[in-house]
Design a protein around this ligand. Structure first.
Ligand code: MOS
Length: 711
């Protein structure tokens, strides 16, 4: 059966009455659910090891209060999607309305120094060292500016979709999820079940950008309706619902104060950021994440505040926190460089730190200066003339800008299994997901690398909670997380195989200690004899009458480690060119060069694609994307793909991507760090700097709109 939610058409108030009479009479309608008849749905709570994460904790229909536009107030289930949709439109709600607060100007709510976030309590003083007030007051050169980023909405082309099936007290959910293991844990809590009674399957995800990272209320609604009707229920959100009830990147307002010497050495850095939050939830938009270590500065303070609004819960959106944060701090660095009449690359080189000054520990591997050097060279940066509007080509005014970036590198705990089979195939499995980033390919590559069998002899299984617990597809951490688990699993499977080879009667290696045997290229041989007399592993399994041997591997997570030995991040930079035609107010990004220091790149093709996609998304962030809330009713009013404008192919310039190759062995034995999100970090600051270079207009509130440039 098909379920369609009924959305509140107010953003603040209470549901006084629901009139379902007309909808109930429609043929094919099987159920209309609301708080009186949906059955019990419990809350979920956060647990150790990133278990039970959920941005919107309130179970659907828990009370009659409406806190944001589009909050679900009922659910219609029918034989067809069309009937369910028509009936949902016939459900009439009467509200006690109050004026919604969706004001765009942010001021910190009056909150204590420590507040509760989705991941537990957090001090509003993020980081501090030296004496920032005194250092800023006496700094010979000062910059004090506020940067604003709008709410943005995840718009993967695949809508959120869920299908719930009950068999007795066992729930199976097919879902478009970036984290099946976490979703299973949250659902188990919400339906009062042991984890093993819930199975979540997510074989392919049509992208997510973080919107599908954590569970949303439609999952619980589908499961609850399926329980009440004892039939499978499918629920697919509309594009409009995607803007209302499944998270967004919250609006931020960030004040950055820099103090410097006349020759460009930073003496103080203060970053005070505010973000919009929903009425009940506590998504933390961590804009200050990179600020404490990106540059060398003796005096620093980073703080945050929140402003409650009648909007849906905020959520991680590609590069959460750091992307809006680096837009602000990198913009401030670019402005400081202009103020000092200094090249922005040089300003960054002068302030390159030797260690992570916030933690007092070394970086595992930081090659940001090499990124600048290669980027500048590939872009031709030395030909830049700094004067506004001073560069021309083909009758167009050019603007050149650049920015640096970084992204966290760490591992989630991961498990994987590897099987060697008597047909010569290798199967690798982990309950992680492929959200379009190539995880199927990556797992096959890792298994092939470790076992030496060709790629077409590797089968991959993922996206199913019955498999060994794999990582979230989030934080750009999935690939770096699975490496040690897959390698450990492969080693364990190979160990079992060698033991079989050494003990099977009639085996060419019978009575050899397994320690004298080697496994290479999918073949077993005696180390001392070398590979000339090797035997394929499938032969040994067949001789032993074994279909397969299985190895399991597990690696501990490092993300959130309170006492790390190294500060682990990927680094990079972007150089961009815009063209400006003042006569027709036409602004285009005409080329981009991005250089990434992300450790060893396991799959250069997929990796390049990640950065190219991120740069295109960054053009959207800088010039196009913003979610607008109607001040009258609180609705996200541009809630469709026509009015929420994103960068598309026509906006995408030639994007040149370069990877440095410094394997980071602190992260895993391949030396691979994350690359998905870093491509979006810094790019907006590079573009706004280029816009200033071309037009002389300094835009500090994204997106840059043509109106801003018509001064
Ligand atoms: Mo990404 S925002 O961590 O899914």
């Amino acid at each position: 059966m098909y379920a369609v939610p009924v959305e509140a058409t107010i953003a603040n108030g209470r549901v006084v009455k629901l009139d379902t009479a007309a909808a109930e009479k429609m043929p094919g309608v099987r159920g209309i659910f609301h708080r009186e008849n949906i059955g019990k749905i419990f809350r979920s709570t956060f647990g150790p090891g990133f278990a039970g994460v959920c941005e919107e904790r309130r179970p659907p229909f828990e009370d009659d209060v409406v806190r944001y536009y589009g909050q679900y107030i009922a659910l219609v289930v029918a034989d067809t999607f069309e009937t369910a949709k028509a009936a949902a439109d016939e459900v009439r709600a009467t509200y006690a309305r109050e004026k919604p607060n969706v004001a765009t100007h942010l001021e910190a709510d009056n909150e204590p120094d420590e507040v509760l976030t989705t991941f537990g309590p957090r001090k509003r003083l993020d980081s501090q060292r030296g004496n920032v007030d005194a250092a800023f007051a006496s700094a010979p050169v000062k910059l004090d500016q506020t940067y604003v980023t709008p709410s943005e909405t995840h718009n993967p082309i695949e809508l959120h979709a869920t299908t719930a099936i009950w068999e007795g007290s066992t729930l199976t959910l097919y879902d478009s999820s970036q984290g099946v293991v976490n979703l299973r844990g949250v659902l188990a809590q919400m339906f009062g079940l042991p984890n093993e009674n819930v199975r979540v399957i997510s074989k392919f995800v049509g992208s997510g950008f973080g919107g599908k990272l954590w569970p949303w209320t439609q999952c619980a609604l589908a499961a609850a309706a399926a329980r009440q009707l004892n039939k499978p229920v499918k629920l697919v959100l509309s594009r409009k619902m995607m803007f209302q009830s499944v998270g967004h990147r919250p609006r931020t307002q960030q004040r950055v104060r820099l103090g410097a010497t006349p020759d460009g050495k930073l003496v103080s850095l203060q970053h005070d950021y505010l973000y919009q939050t929903s009425m009940l939830d506590a998504h933390h938009e961590d804009c200050g994440e990179a600020t404490p270590f990106q540059y060398s500065v003796p005096n620093l303070r980073v703080t945050f505040g929140r402003a409650k609004r009648n909007v849906g819960a905020g959520a991680d959106m590609r590069g959460p926190g750091r992307v809006p944060g680096l837009y602000a701090t990198e913009s401030a660095m670019n402005e400081l460089a202009d103020q000092l009449k200094m090249d922005p690359v040089k300003l960054r080189i002068i302030n390159e730190p030797k260690i992570d000054e916030s933690l007092g520990i070394p970086f595992s591997s930081r090659h940001l200066l090499e990124c600048f050097e290669l980027g500048a060279q590939k872009f031709g940066w030395s030909k830049r003339t700094p004067g506004v509007g001073s560069m021309k080509r083909d009758g167009l005014t050019l603007g050149w800008g650049m920015a640096g970036c970084s992204w966290v590198a760490a591992r989630f705990s991961s498990e994987a299994s590897v099987q060697l089979r008597d047909d010569g195939m290798v199967r690798v499995a982990s309950a992680t997901q492929d959200i379009g980033t190539g995880m199927y390919t990556i797992l096959a590559q890792l298994a092939a690398q470790k076992t030496g069998v060709p790629l077409d002899k590797v089968e991959v299984a993922l996206g199913d909670t019955t498999l060994p617990e794999g990582p979230l597809s989030g934080g750009s951490m999935a690939t770096e997380s699975v490496v040690p688990a897959v390698f450990a699993a492969a080693e364990s499977a190979i160990g079992s195989l060698l033991a079989v080879a050494a003990t099977t009667p009639g085996s060419p290696f019978e009575n050899r200690p397994a320690t004298e045997l080697a496994f290479e290229g999918g073949r077993v041989f005696v180390k001392a004899d070398g590979p000339a007399k090797s035997v394929p592993f499938a032969d040994l399994l067949r001789r032993a009458n074994l279909r397969l041997v299985t190895g399991n591997g597990k690696s501990e997570g490092t993300f959130g480690n309170p006492k790390p030995k190294f500060s682990t991040h990927s680094f990079g930079c972007h150089f961009v060119e815009v063209t400006w035609q003042p006569e027709i107010a036409r602004l285009r990004v005409s080329r981009a060069v991005s250089v990434m220091d992300a450790g060893r790149i396991i799959n250069p093709l997929a990796g390049r694609n990640q950065i190219e996609g991120a740069v295109v998304m960054g053009i959207g962030m800088a010039l196009l994307e913003h979610t607008s809330y109607d001040p009258q009713n609180g609705a996200p009013i541009n809630s469709n793909l026509a009015d929420y404008v994103m960068a598309v192919n026509a906006d995408a310039p030639p994007v040149e991507v370069h990877f440095l190759d410094f394997p980071d062995k602190e992260i895993n034995e391949v030396g691979a760090r994350g690359i998905g999100e870093i491509g979006l970090a810094g790019i907006a600051a590079a573009i706004t700097a280029a816009v200033h270079h071309a037009t002389g207009v300094r835009v500090r509130e994204l997106p840059v709109e043509i109106e801003n440039l018509l001064a």
